[in-house]
Ligand binder design. Sequence first.
Ligand code: NAD
Length: 297
Amino acid sequence: MSANVIDGKKVAKLIREQVSEDIQYWVSHGQRAPKLQAVIVGNNPASHTYVKAKTKACGEVGIESDTLILPDTVSETQVIEAIEKLNHNDEVDGILLQLPLPGHLPSWNIIEAIDYRKDVDGFHPMNMGRLAVGQPSFRPCTPAGIMELFNYYSIATKGKHAVIIGASNIVGKPMTLMISREDGAGKATVTLCHQYTKDLTRHTINADILISAAGTPKLITGPMIKEGAVVIDVGINRVADPDNERGYRLVGDCDFESTQEKANWITPVPGGVGPMTVAMLMKNTLLAAKDAIYQSE
Ligand code: NAD
């Protein structure tokens, strides 16, 4: 068998087009364009690359964007002061704090300083808590993008056994909450695995839906998955590649060749989940501008 490849680029493009149309309509009715403000602390090259990709995507859909770059010597108080200014700036709809922060900064204090109504990444405890109890909130972009892929490809999750590898706050935990919700999309039974899980294959082999977000190349291979499984590869890992002009290439957590022989559906890396994350950020920023999630408060 050869798996059906889930085209995240295509679905992300459709979402971005929809966002773009909504913004055109919104602006043509006298509203200002939504604005996303990125904040980067330090000079981690990957953070700068990610933020550039996100602000480029903003430009393409009609979202204004700006990037505040703080030096890596900045104190916690200084970052929080900068965030509070953005919280009070009525022209800023969404605040994106690019992670990871330099080691001396307590990420959670700073994430909590963001006004949860501008937390378009959905990482603020208010949004995570509301997600946990099924209330409207900004949904973290990567798991929300995966739910959109299931929806687009009519991949049923109801009653299925989903095995999630990786229990981070940005992917694994919110994915667990979304895919297991009884009162909405999801309705799956979940096993959440992490670095302390013993005998990973014992779990993966029973997965109707396997979602890997561990950040370990070739963690998942064909013999570890069930025949006909849906395999969602969230991992983005750099592996050395002398034939590539950059000296490396990007791979996921799954060994594509062997998993695609047994899976029914599979996401490639790149071109699978990654583009969906950016598209969902655009969607969340538009919702923030419309105040659509919290307007009832
Ligand atoms: P993280 O480092 O915060 O968490 C990794 C999780 O995986 C932890 O819970 C850890 O216990 C678990 N883990 C690690 N090795 C494991 C193993 N061998 N077996 C079982 N569990 C293991 O990572 P993160 O920020 O959630 O990111 C995970 C991966 O997903 C990275 O490769 C990252 O680049 C990628 N990512 C991709 C997107 C996207 O848009 N495609 C978005 C976010 C993260």
